[in-house]
Design a protein around this ligand. Sequence first.
Ligand code: GDP
Length: 191
Amino acid sequence: MSDVRVTSAEFVKGIRGTNGILFNRMAQIAFIGRSNVGKSSVINALVGRKRLVKESSQPGKTTEINFFLINNNRYFVDLPGYGFAKLPEKKREGLRRMILWYLGELEIENRTVVLIIDAYVGPSEFDEEVLLLLERRGITTIIIANKFDKIKKSKERERKQALSEALSGRSYIPFSARTGEGKEELLSLIL
Ligand code: GDP
């Protein structure tokens, strides 16, 4: 595979509502997933920096949509993790609405969404809702199943089959932020 990698990455800004950065025609690669699925770890693994996105000791803490400029030619967009049980209901609903606004209402020319699911747990109800929304809108979506390192070698085939079924046959990339599995493949799709 050709050498696709991140040569520069910097935080640009966090937003909570409409903002010029959304519409400046730069490509956006948006990362979404349930809180604690390893979203920060995945982005850090992709950019090769341990703490570009802070791994949340307090999951669900991030309540903004964070923009990172990558290779001076695209943004990685880190959406808030959803479904964090310890957040008050009102806050959770607010985050849910912000995610659905970004994915469902904005017209952004060049946008790819990376949906992160847990390889061990499979997709949540909200993951399914998000997938249907993205498909309805024709937004390019890549599903990755993170924490694949937690699956025993002997269970791998079985688990892959189960994930495939849970995703109604949609394809996905087995991924591990910890071991780097799937990283090259994902980078080649989003860079
Ligand atoms: P976020 O809340 O989705 O941003 O998740 P974090 O990146 O903070 O990760 C949540 C927890 O999952 C942390 O304890 C991570 O060390 C762990 N984690 C993240 N990615 C992986 C992975 O690929 N494999 C394993 N085994 N653990 C992971």
